[in-house]
Design a protein around this ligand. Structure first.
Ligand SMILES: Nc1nc2c(ncn2[C@@H]2O[C@H](COP(=O)(O)OP(=O)(O)OP(=O)(O)O)[C@@H](O)[C@H]2O)c(=O)[nH]1
Ligand SMILES: [Mg+2]
Length: 595
């Protein structure tokens, strides 16, 4: 058994979850005996729950930790009834229990906006009190903070609780391969695609004897009290705190954890719980898991908690299923009522990156339209017009239409080419058109590659397999990655096309100055610039989609395929008859994945 070192205490000391404060209601105002006037009542002291307040900030703001309300106004000739003293409002974080010095709980503030009257002001002087004011109520109150979260991560040190939190939420807890890395509880939020949120508290590791306050057990365990559910994280290879302590197998750690929870507070084991088996990538993990499964199904010692789920944190498939189950349990979706198809739909609804979003489809369409525009610009002989005027009244003026590949001269009013030169591309003598001959096909090629990538991304996104393919999981081709690279390629294609197209406009002026003012640019320039705009729009759409995607829980390089929780492996027996939500009652499958 390990004692908690001074360093740990010092480190934990930064996070204050208990504060003792003095509160006193204001004294009442003096009465006015001659005219029978009544003094104002003293102000009251209130605790009001507010978001973004910490006990530490209260301590820093009010180092003396004394809260005294205002005195009531004296009765006077001008105001026989004295005014009430000013109330004192102390803002505290939600999740506070209010205790007296002897440990009796006198109130709780669980949600922002809730108020608790901590000390009443004294009555003002009146006939009953011989016109003498009364003192306000005074007492010492303990503000005891217990984190409020939907899910609490519970486990021995080093089990991978923080790693799990960092994978399923945007929180960035400290992760290291030594025990007690997490010293201060941390809350991460899982945000689902439909903006529903679940808060998960990463709690410091527990050790044997935590219920008896070993390793500051009480300080950590009390945070479990207010979480709606527990997520037990267990290292499949077992746990040994130090060489002097005994090695515990995964099954033993589960037994010990549930025992610690039960000994601390019996009702904790009636909370719904999930069990995450972590570090399944370690050697022998599969054998250990098989052994654990058989132990869980035929326990010699009763397992007091019931687990709905067995999982592997590092395999991303497992994470999806875990997110799905957390949502089902926390947000009250009834798993028993759901058909497999609606489960799958729900899974899809929470996939974030995995949906083929309207944004990606729109980007794909606009990319395709832009490529079509580029193709038209490349083929049309309408980049430059050269007007040749004749002074012979009987002849018509001629316009020479120059494209990148052909040249055509037409008389005014005629649609046929008098001169048609399909070999023009070999002899282009205008530098801007020569550059465009390379730039536009290159831009088209880049944009087509980007479209191809988009397509792979969308196909991967839409691909649902019920059979996990581990090889594919390791492949870096995934939806988010494809769309990001495609966005970059579209941007490149836009730059390659736009620059020389705009140059044509300036080059015209140059030609007009150098020769006769007969040159002007034609419709292909507009088509090319519009296509470049389309390519830019496409890349912006893809970047926006990628950023939105990144802020969702799915990690960037997460493989694409996904599958609904498999329905085939059910827990054969309830592990505990005590549980309110046992695996069998809820009919949630026990899912196991191994890498
Ligand atoms: N091989 C492997 N290592 C893992 C896995 N998950 C976490 N780890 C490693 O296990 C070590 C402990 O991880 P943490 O997330 O800090 O564990 P913790 O449970 O938060 O530990 P405390 O904060 O000390 O209670 C780190 O070195 C992680 O990289 C996993 O699935 N496989
Ligand atoms: Mg940790």
């Amino acid at each position: 058994m390990v004692r908690c070192g001074a360093a740990l205490l010092r480190k934990y000391g930064n996070f204050i979850d208990d504060l003792r404060v003095y509160v006193r209601g204001g004294t009442g105002g003096m009465g006015y005996p001659r005219l029978g006037g009544e003094g104002g009542r003293g102000g009251d002291v209130w605790f009001v729950a507010r978001e973004r307040i910490t006990l530490k900030s209260i301590k820093e703001k009010y180092p003396q930790k004394r809260f005294v309300a205002g005195t009531g106004a004296n009765s006077s000739v001008r105001a026989l009834k004295g005014e009430k003293g000013k109330d004192c409002e102390v803002h505290v974080p939600p999740g506070i229990s209010l205790l007296t010095d002897d440990g009796k709980q006198i109130g709780e503030l669980n949600a922002a906006g809730e108020r608790f009257l901590a000390a009443r002001g004294g009555l003002g002087g009146s006939l009953a009190t011989n016109f003498l004011p009364c003192k306000g109520q005074k007492r010492m109150i303990h503000l005891d903070l217990k984190l409020i979260a939907d899910v609490g991560l519970v486990g021995f040190p080093n089990a991978g609780k923080s790693s799990l939190l960092s994978k399923i939420s945007l929180a960035k807890p400290e992760i290291a391969s030594y025990a007690f890395t997490t010293i201060q509880p941390k809350i991460g939020k899982i945000m689902y695609a439909d903006y529903k949120q679940i808060s998960v508290a990463d709690l410091p590791g527990l050790i044997e004897g935590a219920h008896a306050n070993k390793g500051m057990g009480h300080k950590f365990l009390k945070h479990v009290e207010r979480t709606k559910q527990l997520l037990l994280v267990v290292d499949i290879s077992g746990f040994q705190l130090s060489l002097k302590t005994q090695f515990r197998t995964a099954f033993e750690t589960i037994l010990l954890l549930t025992k610690e929870l039960e000994l601390y507070k019996e009702e904790l084991v009636t909370k719904p719980a999930l069990l995450a088996i972590n570090k399944m990538d370690l050697p022998c993990a599969k054998d250990n898991l098989n052994e654990l499964m058989s132990q869980l199904q035929n326990p010699q010692d009763p397992v007091r908690l019931f687990f709905l789920f067995l999982e592997v944190a590092k395999v991303s498939l497992g994470l999806d299923t875990l997110l799905f189950l957390l949502m089902e349990l926390c947000l009250g979706v009834c798993p028993v009522c759901m058909e497999v198809s609606s489960r799958r739909q729900l899974l899809w609804a929470n996939m974030g990156c995995r949906d083929v979003h309207a944004a990606t489809v729109l980007a794909f369409l606009s990319g395709t339209a832009s490529v079509a525009g580029l193709l038209a610009a490349v083929l049309l002989p309408n980049w430059r017009q050269m007007r040749l005027y004749t002074y012979n009244k009987n002849e018509r003026n001629v316009t020479v239409y120059t494209g990148l590949w052909i040249k055509c001269a037409r008389f005014d009013g005629s649609r046929d080419c008098v001169i048609y030169d399909p070999q023009w591309y070999t002899a282009v003598d205008q530098l801007d058109l020569r550059v465009l001959q390379f730039a536009l096909p290159l831009s088209m090629f880049t944009a087509v590659s980007a479209l191809f990538l988009c397509m792979i991304g969308m196909c991967n996104t839409a691909f649902v397999s019920t059979v996990p393919n581990v090889k594919l999981a390791k492949c870096l081709v995934n939806s988010a990655g494809c769309h990001l690279v495609a966005g970059l390629l579209f941007l490149l294609a836009c730059a390659i096309c736009l620059t020389p197209s705009i140059w044509v406009i300036f080059y015209n002026n140059y030609l007009n100055r150098k020769y006769e003012p007969v040159f002007s640019f034609d419709i292909s320039v507009f088509i090319a610039i519009a296509s470049a705009g389309g390519l830019f729009f496409t890349s912006v759409m893809l970047f926006l989609w990628y950023c939105a995607c990144k802020s969702l829980p799915s990690p960037f390089w997460q493989p694409l395929y996904s599958h609904a929780p498999s329905m085939h492996s059910y827990a054969s027996q309830p592990y505990s008859t005590r549980s309110r939500l046992s695996a069998v009652e809820l009919d949630i499958p026990v899912v196991t994945h191994s890498s």
